[in-house]
Unconditional design. Structure first.
Length: 228
């Protein structure tokens, strides 16, 4: 392949990535009736709807592998993401990770974070009290955990993670009345992520040793929701 051919391919690839980064999800796909028949341990995330934030309308939209795999796999192969998620590689690595949740018992739901109709982040909302994490801290019934990665590079380093973490935690507390705490366990080495949780009203509770990482246990309490 000549140098000119390579440059052309790079330009096409960049254009395709830019189109993916700005592609909107049709409004008809922002809720998913097909999720209603699955085991429901998280109070129907697909029906939660959007919430207003200073950055725009934000919504958690459950993943559909056929629609979302390529985008999420690309995010997972970003070196800054792969360093902590460890899901880089072929698309089937990401597909296996997503499928393990989608085909499971409903205790974890993978979602796109959609801002003003555009998917720009990946989330996992999970029952922390039913997760192996519960062996590492004094879990309470219905504790709900969240994982987050900001997919679009241009959205990082601007405080957007803090805004969206607060919004996501508020969505959990609003739609899961049995949940008294939102839980997170970011890698202690990921200081920007820990700082984002603190800025979003989470409090640092403890350091915990988890498989593959030493984590900061972060909690957002319903009772303190309007104070922090």
């Amino acid at each position: 392949m000549s140098h000119s051919d390579s440059s052309t391919d790079d330009t096409i690839d960049m254009r395709m990535r830019q189109e993916e980064d700005t592609a909107r999800i049709p409004e008809s796909q922002l809720t998913g009736p097909e999720f209603d028949s699955r085991p429901d341990l998280l109070d129907r995330i697909a029906q939660w709807g959007p919430t207003s934030t200073p950055a725009g309308a934000f919504q958690l939209v459950p993943v559909r592998i056929g629609r979302d795999l390529r985008l999420i796999a690309r995010w997972m192969n970003d070196p800054a993401v792969a360093a902590f998620w460890e899901l880089g590689g072929p698309d089937d690595v990401t597909a296996s990770h997503l499928g393990g949740q989608l085909d499971g018992d409903g205790r974890s739901v993978p979602c796109l974070g959609v801002l003003d109709g555009v998917p720009m982040s990946y989330w996992e909302v999970y029952r922390a009290d039913l997760d192996p994490l519960a062996r590492h801290y004094p879990a309470r019934p219905h504790d709900t955990g969240i994982h987050l990665l900001i997919g679009r590079i241009g959205d990082r380093g601007q405080g957007l993670g803090t805004t969206l973490l607060r919004a996501a935690a508020d969505l959990v507390l609003e739609h899961r009345p049995s949940c008294a705490r939102v839980v997170a366990e970011p890698d202690l080495r990921n200081t920007p992520c820990v700082a984002a949780f603190l800025g979003a009203g989470f409090r640092f509770s403890a350091e915990v040793d988890l498989p593959g990482k030493r984590a900061a246990l972060m909690l957002r309490d319903r009772a303190l929701r309007h104070l922090l």
